[in-house]
Design a protein around this ligand. Structure first.
Ligand SMILES: Nc1ncnc2c1ncn2[C@@H]1O[C@H](COP(=O)(O)OP(=O)(O)OP(=O)(O)O)[C@@H](O)[C@H]1O
Length: 326
C-alpha cells in the first residue's frame, strides 16, 4: 500500500520556481492497479518519481507498506527501494548487456551468486514470455519485447509495488494492449500493487481499478474507474463519452442522455418504452465501454409521445441516470 500525504514539489528557486505538485493526497490499496491520468506537464512524472524518492518532495510524507520512505536515506532507502520496481517509457535497458544480463543486473547489485542469478533470470524471462531471447541484445528486440525485459528486470527483487512511468507510450496500440494484459496478469497472479502514470484514457480503461486525474499539479478527481464512468458529471465520464453538440431535435420531442451501468445495461429498456408508454424513441448517438466484467454506456435519444414524463420516471426507477436537455 502507498500513502501520499500533502505532497508538494517545487523545482528551482523564486522567482523562477515551478510548483510541480500542490498538496497531493493519494492512497493506493495493496493489490490494486491505480492510474494517475494527466496531460503533459501536469506533474505525473514528478509524482511517481517521488514514490521511490528519485525526486524528494519539498514537503509532505510518502509511506510504502507503512514505512515512511520520505524519512529514509542511505542504506535504509536503498533497501526500501528494493521492494519497489519501476518500468519506463524508454525501457532504460543497458545496450551492451544481453537480455539475461539486463535482468540479472539488480540481482548482481544484491550480491546473489551466479547460479542463483541464472535460475532467477530464467524464471523471470519465462514470466514475461521471453525465454528464447536470453542471449539477445536490446537492439535486436521490438519495443514490446524491450518493455517485457524492463518488466522482468523490475520484478527481479520480488517487489510488492511496481511503478510504471508511461510504460506503453512508445508502443503501438496492439503491443500496448499485450503489455497491459501482462501487467494485469502479474497483478492478479502475484498480488502486485501497480501505480502507473499515463496520458492515455485507454490505459485507464483497460487495466486500472482506480484513477486519479492530475491537473496542473493538483488532483481534481479520484475514485473507482467504473463508478466515475457511471457518473455523468465526472471528468472521466465526460472524456469517455464525449457528447455531440447541436442536435436538431424534432418539434415536440424531448432530448435525453441516458447512462447505463451494471445490470440495467441488460434490460430491454427501449422495447418497454415503446410498448408500455407508446413512445417513439430515436437514438442519436451512443457508446458502451467495458470495465472488466462491467459495462457502462451512455446514449443520446429523442423521445416523442404523450407519456414522456412517466417514461422518464420508469427509467430512473430502473436505476438509470437520465438527463433531459430541453
Ligand atoms: N527537473 C526539473 N526542473 C524544473 N522543472 C521541472 C523539472 N522536472 C519537471 N519540471 C516541471 O514540473 C512540471 C511537471 O512536470 P512533470 O514532468 O512531472 O509532468 P508530466 O505530467 O509528467 O509531463 P509529461 O507527460 O510531459 O512528462 C512541468 O512544469 C515541468 O516543466
Amino acid at each position: 500500500m502507498i500513502t501520499i500525504e500533502h505532497v508538494r514539489k517545487i523545482y528551482g528557486r523564486a522567482p523562477n520556481e515551478v510548483v510541480a505538485l500542490k498538496n497531493v493526497n493519494l492512497e493506493v490499496p495493496k493489490g490494486e492497479i491505480f492510474g494517475v491520468l494527466g496531460q503533459s506537464g501536469a506533474g505525473k512524472s514528478t509524482l511517481i518519481r517521488c514514490v521511490n524518492l528519485l525526486e524528494r518532495p519539498t514537503s509532505g510524507r510518502i509511506l510504502v507498506n507503512g514505512q515512511e520512505i520520505t524519512a529514509l536515506s542511505g542504506g535504509e532507502l536503498r533497501k526500501a527501494r528494493q521492494r519497489i520496481g519501476m518500468i519506463f517509457q524508454q525501457f532504460n535497458l543497458l545496450s551492451s548487456r544481453t537480455v539475461a544480463d539486463n535482468v540479472a543486473f539488480p540481482l548482481e547489485l544484491m550480491g546473489l551468486s551466479k547460479t542463483k542469478r541464472q535460475a532467477r533470470v530464467l524464471e523471470l524471462l519465462s514470466l514475461v514470455g521471453l525465454e528464447d531471447k536470453a542471449n539477445t541484445y536490446p537492439a535486436q528486440l521490438s519495443g514490446g519485447q524491450k518493455q517485457r525485459v524492463g518488466i522482468a528486470r523490475s520484478l527481479a527483487n520480488s517487489p510488492d509495488i511496481l511503478l510504471s512511468d508511461e510504460a506503453t507510450s512508445a508502443l503501438d496500440p496492439q503491443t500496448t494492449h499485450a503489455i497491459l494484459d501482462l501487467l494485469r496478469d502479474l497483478n492478479k497472479r502475484m498480488g502486485l500493487t501497480i501505480l502507473l502514470i499515463t496520458h492515455e484514457m485507454n490505459v485507464v480503461k483497460q487495466i486500472c481499478h482506480q484513477v486519479a486525474i492530475l491537473e496542473d499539479g493538483a488532483i481534481v478527481e479520484q475514485g473507482r474507474v467504473s463508478q466515475l464512468a457511471a457518473l455523468p458529471s465526472s471528468r472521466l465520464a465526460q472524456a469517455l463519452f464525449p457528447r455531440p453538440q447541436n442536435y436538431s431535435v424534432q418539434p415536440g420531442a424531448t432530448l435525453v442522455t441516458i447512462t447505463f451501468a451494471g445490470d440495467s445495461a441488460s434490460e430491454p429498456v427501449f422495447s418497454t418504452l415503446a410498448r408500455r408508454f407508446m413512445l417513439d424513441v430515436n437514438i442519436l448517438s451512443g457508446n458502451i465501454e467495458a470495465f472488466g466484467e462491467e459495462r457502462i454506456g451512455q446514449l443520446q435519444a429523442e423521445f416523442s409521445g404523450e407519456q414522456v414524463a412517466p417514461a422518464l420516471a420508469y427509467l430512473r426507477e430502473l436505476g438509470l441516470h437520465v438527463e433531459v436537455h430541453n
